[in-house]
Write a protein that binds this ligand. Structure first.
Ligand code: SF4
Length: 377
């Protein structure tokens, strides 16, 4: 990795001042957390010498699981209790004992980096967030900053963030199957996607506009204007598009997404009365929440892994369509379970669940493969 490039960190403005507010969501999610060998050695030593204790509700447990088939580089996994809480999560204070008693640097890499999702390429580091973190999801509702890509965000100083590392041996993003983009043109396209999210009136208008825009740019030929100029010449005016009044297409996208989730993680079907609930409790409120929904799309468009794992610009747009479809489905599920119309709390829950599926359950390459079918259109 070129060190100079690593220094250039970008994020969305809405994420730029993120900081952990100790919701505990990640520490109680019943996740496998690998502990790198040197981290394991120092935590184990601290635990054995009495400098580190497990949380009171997990006192009966040894903190480390040393199994034969650990992930590469791991010396152990963190143990969880029956409630799915990490043994170091202190329920009462909602604090991590490792962080509190030994400091941030003592944490396993997964804990240090969550909810950050980075892409490192020759341009630098691009940091987005998983909105499974409720604090990150809350940032989608903010109105105090304009939506934009910012350089050197205070929350993300230069560091080797976990994520997709694109090396000099990897292909740049594809324009369409068989045609690569130059990174300047891709940067302009990425900024264009975020600008559409900032300026279009509704999330559906964002998606319809980007579908049209992607089709225009992917028609590039060597005989015509440069790719970057094509992006710059896209029409300013967004495409008007109505929000769907039915859930069927979103449910189909949800089913496709589940096909990219490994069998042992796949969620049980739970679609009872969702169509009816969507019509009654979600659709009438949907446009009220255009701002957070557009910001959510921006967060999926920026620092996109699909740019590198998919087969062109339409694959990226398809990924955005699916992300919004998942929010619709999860919003309907939340409204059904709560017995009330879509509100801030239920939409925040829908963002969390959509990102839980997209970022933490599904296999990214499989999603990108599915979304790349859009390139055949
Ligand atoms: S070690 Fe700390 S931050 Fe990591 S999962 Fe456990 S409680 Fe959470």
């Amino acid at each position: 990795m070129d060190h100079t490039a690593l220094q250039a960190v970008r994020s969305l403005s809405i994420h730029a001042d993120y900081r952990c507010r100790h919701s505990g969501a990640c520490c109680t999610a019943d996740w496998d957390v690998p502990v790198e060998v040197p981290v394991y050695r120092s935590l184990d030593e601290a635990w054995r010498s009495g400098r580190l204790h497990v949380a009171p509700q997990s006192r009966a447990l040894d903190p480390f699981l040393v199994e034969p088939d650990l992930p590469d580089g791991a010396g152990a996994m963190l143990e969880r209790n029956q409630a799915g809480e990490c043994v170091f999560f202190e329920r009462e204070s909602r604090l991590c004992v490792v962080h509190r008693d030994l400091g941030h640097e003592a944490l396993p890499a997964t804990c240090r980096h969550f909810p950050r999702l980075a892409v490192h390429d020759a341009r630098g580091t691009f940091v987005s967030l998983s909105h499974y973190c409720p604090t990150a999801a809350g940032l989608l509702f903010r109105e105090d900053v304009d939506l934009a890509i910012v350089l050197s965000p205070p929350a993300f100083p230069p560091a080797d963030y976990e994520g997709l590392a694109v090396t000099a041996d990897d292909l740049p993003p594809l324009l369409r199957p068989g045609v690569v983009m130059d990174l300047d043109a891709y940067s302009r396209w990425e900024a264009h996607m975020v600008r559409r999210c900032a300026e279009a009136a509704t999330p559906e208008s964002v998606l319809a506009s980007l579908e049209r825009d992607a089709a225009r740019v992917r028609a590039w030929t060597a005989a015509g204007p440069p790719m970057a100029a094509l992006v710059d010449s896209l029409p300013q005016r967004p495409v008007d598009a109505a929000a769907p009044t039915a859930l069927a297409a979103s449910l189909a996208a949800f089913a496709q997404t589940m096909a990219a989730v490994p069998d042992d993680l796949r969620l049980l079907p739970d679609e009872h009365s969702l169509e009816d609930v969507f019509t009654r409790l979600v659709a009438p409120q949907w446009t009220t929440w255009s701002g957070p929904l557009r910001r959510y799309l921006a967060a999926k468009a920026f620092a996109s892994w699909t740019a590198y794992q998919g087969r062109g610009l339409l694959s990226i747009v398809r990924g955005l369509q699916v992300a919004l479809a998942l929010v619709r489905v999860e919003a309907a599920r939340g409204c059904r379970d709560a017995g009330r119309a879509l509100d801030r709390e239920l939409l925040l829950g829908a963002f969390r669940q959509a990102d839980f599926i997209l970022n933490h359950l599904a296999v990214g390459e499989d999603l990108a493969g599915e979304w790349s079918k859009a390139e055949a259109r």
